[in-house]
Design a protein around this ligand. Structure first.
Ligand SMILES: [Zn+2]
Length: 219
């Protein structure tokens, strides 16, 4: 899953108004961030095999530390605790933790059974990725819902808050659709570096538009 994760970050803002979109996005993408770091380290592995499922050319056969449910619960507790330690935001901290764990749930829906319960444990997955139309229908619906929640829970303080936000929304959509027509990556290194750099840019961007918006308040 791709923009479905971002949808969760957008929607989470309503429940954690003090948490920056950059952190909410880092939380929902935490598993993939770790994955892009662990691949070059050799701690996790992926095979490029076009047709593995209809939607992705990746055979995700070994990612116990970034994508098992147990590890994501632990990562979620850790991230939530660090955030609480720094900000003392009791409302936001559990939401940050839940965002990290949400990654497993969404990937479980889309992946074929390659999502481990714990490192070395049984693997699960409903395999929505076997259908391109099904995957896109689910993710786009989630995305529209998430963006709507964020757009009503916050409001722009200035033009940056308005246009940088909508540009970000459009760019993610463009990436998502464009990915259907792009070439399969040539190497695991390419997957890792493009993923890592793209995520860093998106996090900085999210931080930028979010600080130029404010909580809409209860009307
Ligand atoms: Zn993932």
């Amino acid at each position: 899953m791709f923009i479905g994760h971002f949808a969760v970050a957008f929607g989470a803002k309503r429940y954690a108004p003090r948490v920056s979109m950059a952190l909410l996005t880092a939380a929902v993408a935490w598993a993939d961030l770790l994955w892009t770091a662990f691949l070059p380290s050799g701690w996790e592995h992926v095979r490029i095999s076009p047709g593995d499922t209809a939607f992705t050319p990746f055979d995700l056969y070994d990612y116990p530390w970034s994508h098992s449910l147990l590890m994501l619960v632990l990562w979620g507790v850790l991230l939530g605790a660090v955030y609480w330690w720094v900000q003392k935001d009791t409302t936001g901290a559990p939401v940050v933790g839940a965002c990290v764990v949400s990654h497993w749930v969404l990937d479980w829906v889309t992946h074929r059974p390659d999502m481990p319960l714990y490192p070395g444990g049984r693997k699960f997955g409903l395999g929505l990725w076997n259908s391109i139309a099904g995957t896109m229908a689910v993710e786009l619906t989630m995305y529209i819902a998430g963006v709507r929640i964020y757009a009503t829970a916050t409001r722009a303080k200035n033009p940056v808050g308005r246009y940088a936000f909508w540009a970000y929304v459009a760019l993610l959509l463009f990436f998502y659709i464009g990915d259907r027509f792009s070439n399969t990556p040539n190497s695991v290194g390419e997957i890792a570096w493009t993923g890592l750099i793209a995520t860093m840019v998106l996090l900085a961007w999210a931080w930028w538009f979010d600080r130029n918006r404010e909580v809409a308040g209860t009307v």
